[in-house]
Structure formats: C-alpha cells, structure tokens
Ligand binder design. Structure first.
Ligand SMILES: Cc1ncc(COP(=O)(O)O)c(C=O)c1O
Length: 430
C-alpha cells in the first residue's frame, strides 16, 4: 500500500516493537528512491531513508569496556586535552519542530580541527607501545613516556602509515610527531592540496596515489607489507582489527563527553555521519553503554558514497563502486569497516543518504550562528533537517515536539579555502 509522500509501508508484527527498544512506535517505512521532500523550511532536496529491521538485536561486542577505559585514561592525560563544547541549537530545534537539538562541536579538538585527533593518534601510541614491548625495550610504554622521548632511540626507527581523505592522516601524522616515530601518509587523487599540506606540516611524508580512498587503503597496506611499516587504519577488514579497535575506542571519548555534558532527560535521537562507519559505531556503543534504552541512532551519509546504507539494504557489508564524488570528503568511502558494520548492523535504526547541497546549506546555517563546521561535519544536521521537514520520514523516525536530538559536528574548517568558497566567509567567524 502506498503511504503519504510516496513511501511504502512494509508489514511489521506487533511483537517486533516490543522486543525492539530502538524503533519508534510508528509504521516502518521503506522509501522509494529518489525521495523528494515536499514540505521543508530547509530546501527540499532528495534523500534516501532505510529502516533497519535488525536494530536492537543482540550481537558481537566490538569495543570492550576495558579498552575504552584505557583509551580515555591515556587521551585525557595528553597535553592540550580539553572537552569540546556541546552547543544548544534552539533555532534548529524550532525549525525541526522538536524540543531540543544539541551539537557536539569537534572543531577545536587538540587544534587538529576534527574528532579524528582522538583515534589515529591514540592507535599510534598503542602500536609503538606494543612494538617496544615486543623488542624488549619497554614492557608497558604509555603515551607519557613516548611524549617525554624516553624511548626515542627505538621509536625513531619505526614507521607508521595510513591512507586518508584528510583528517585521519592528520591525526596519525600528529601522533607520530608527538610520540617520536616516522610517518608516511597516502592520499588519493581528489584530496585537496590544503589537506595534504596540513598533514605534511606534522613532518609526515605525503604520497599521492591514483584512484579513490579505498584504492589508497590498499596501496598503503601493500607498501607497508613490503617495507615493514605499521598500518594505522581507521577501517578494518578480515584479519585486521586490533588497530581499528583502538581508533574507535579513541572516538568513544567524544561520545562519552557528549553524554556526560547532556543535561536533563536523555536524547531520544542521535544522528551521526558515516564514512567507513567507525565513528558511528563508536557513538552507537557509547550510547548503548550510557542509556537504556539507548536513543534511536540514525547514520547519515553522502548520497554519492552511501556504503553503510547499501550494506543495510543488502543485509551484509557491501562495497559500492564509482568515484564517490562528494564534497563531504571525509565521508567519501565505498567500503564499510567490518568491525563498524558488526556494531551498526544492530545498533543503527535508520540509514540516511543526503546530497551535498543539503550539507552546504547546513554549513551556512551554522556559520550564521557563529559555529564553524566543515562539509563532512554537517551530514547529521542535514539528515535531521531533511527528515524533520518530510511528514513520512518524520513519522518513521518518531520525531515530534518532545524529541531531543544529539548531533555531532565532527570537523571544523579542515580545508579553510574550501570552507571560504562554500560558506562565503572565512572560518575566523567561529
Ligand atoms: C569530519 C569527519 N566526520 C566523519 C567521518 C567519518 O568517520 P568514519 O570513517 O569512521 O565513519 C570522517 C572520516 O574521515 C571525518 O573526517
């Protein structure tokens, strides 16, 4: 039966809702695509929305609590650590017709411009600690000893590497500089020169390779195997999980801060952007660890790189082809992280794909409120605004006047030139 707004109802049994605390008590809707929003204060861009019927079912523990406690203790002890702000967005809440919208603003994280500072750099410290132990140099070298240069003679001879679309590589390069090892970062064809230069500024060698992000991941793994380097990847695959677990445990620090900063009744909804899914999975785990039942989790991706939505549709991790040509460079990933998928397959209630234009509108909207947010940082806000303005999507997500929504602006102006071009003013307004 066709429902209002062109969505198709699919039959759901009553018992499903009883068992499933993640889903709103409204019919589950599966959209035809492209989906055109009819009523909106934000512009009616097309979007896709997919309801995950497996949300809330038990599954693998991807990020154990002990690992998170270690990550939090280490990261919060680093020089320069400070909580990032959780900002109230009353005008956005009013526009969306919900009670509250709050935005965790990662622009200031360790001076690197994004939450990624928490993940890659922490994994570098962990890899160096493990390697020093294996070589018999130090049994338990933590980041304090590494920062102090206690084992510099040994760490200098170790090289870490990764592929990046910008932010992860910046974090790994910064970590390598901070903890005293060498670093080579692979960037693909469309990574802006500004982002490559920002990585090189931390003393890393930057190598540009043809193809997209996923091609750069493969190239980094190949060269590392030949050279004996350590791959610090933010994505995971069969047989490569230790490092990405550390990366995601680092990301949880952001989610844990947000949950602690959240005052009053818990959020009803959390919207978080997805690239390979690492940060969305970290947020999902942390929300489940904090609130029972957890808020309903929506994963937002660019419509040109929606590999998590494709995986949800297929019911298994699914790679998408193409040049992944989206302005949201940090989210331009075609293959989900295996570990992230294991969490999101049951932790995310909805997957949403949004167009670049909606993201640019959100950058401008936030700029008008004095908040600097980059292209990849606003996908969650774009998804909220599009869903809230569309009656069928609004009903599917259970958005209403009592809803309380947590968003994450995962980056500031990490490419200041592009920011200026898109927003029409420089990042210094923040
Ligand atoms: C600013 C920003 N937000 C979100 C993401 C997505 O993170 P993940 O690839 O872990 O899903 C990235 C990835 O680089 C990013 O740079």
């Amino acid at each position: 039966m066709a429902a209002a707004g062109g969505l198709q109802r699919i039959k759901v049994f009553g018992s499903f809702f009883k068992k499933n605390p993640f889903l709103p008590s409204c019919p589950i809707l599966r959209p035809r695509r492209p989906r055109i929003s009819m009523r909106a204060m934000s512009k009616p861009y097309p979007f896709r929305l997919f309801a995950n019927l497996n949300a809330g079912t038990p599954g693998t523990v991807v990020l154990p609590e002990s690992g998170f406690r270690r990550a939090r203790a280490e990261i919060t002890s680093w020089p320069g650590y400070a909580e990032t702000p959780l900002r109230d967005l009353p005008a956005v809440a009013a526009e969306a017709g919900v009670a509250t919208v709050r935005l965790k603003d990662e622009a200031g994280r360790f001076g690197l411009g994004s939450f990624k500072a928490l993940g890659g750099a922490y994994a570098v410290a962990q890899v160096l600690g493990a390697e020093l132990a294996r070589r018999g140099v130090a049994a338990n070298a933590g980041s304090a000893a590494l920062v102090a240069g206690t084992h510099a003679a040994a760490t200098r001879g170790i090289t870490v590497t990764c592929a990046t679309d910008g932010n992860h590589g910046r974090s790994v390069a910064w970590g390598a500089q901070r903890f005293g090892c060498a670093c080579v970062i692979f960037v693909h064809a469309t990574v802006s020169q500004g982002r490559a230069d920002a990585i090189a500024a931390y003393g890393a060698e930057v190598r540009r390779v043809p193809g997209n992000y996923d091609d750069a991941v493969r190239e980094a793994a190949k060269v590392a195997a030949a050279e004996g380097w350590f791959v610090i990847s933010d994505t995971s695959w069969e047989g490569y999980t230790t490092v990405p677990v550390d990366v995601m445990q680092g990301y949880r620090v952001m989610a844990e801060e947000a949950a602690r900063q959240w005052a009053g009744p818990p959020p009803t909804h959390v919207v978080i952007q997805g690239g390979v899914g690492g940060v969305a999975a970290a947020v999902s785990v942390q929300m489940r660890a904090t609130w029972a039942p957890p808020p309903l989790l929506v994963v937002a991706e660019p419509d040109r790189a929606a590999c998590l939505l494709a995986s949800a549709e297929a019911g298994a991790p699914t790679a998408i082809a193409g040049d992944l040509d989206t302005l949201m460079a940090g989210l331009a990933c075609g293959e989900p992280s295996l570990l992230a998928w294991q969490e999101l397959a049951r932790g995310a209630a909805f997957f949403m794909a949004v167009p670049d234009e909606a993201a640019v509108d959100c950058m401008r909207l936030l700029a008008g409120q004095g908040i600097v947010a980059g292209e990849s940082g606003v996908a969650g806000l774009a998804a909220l605004r599009l869903a809230a303005a569309d009656p069928a999507a609004r009903a599917a997500l259970g958005l209403g006047p009592d809803s309380r929504v947590l968003l994450f602006s995962t980056e500031g102006a990490t490419d200041p030139e592009l920011y200026q071009r898109l927003v029409g003013q420089g990042a210094e307004h923040g």
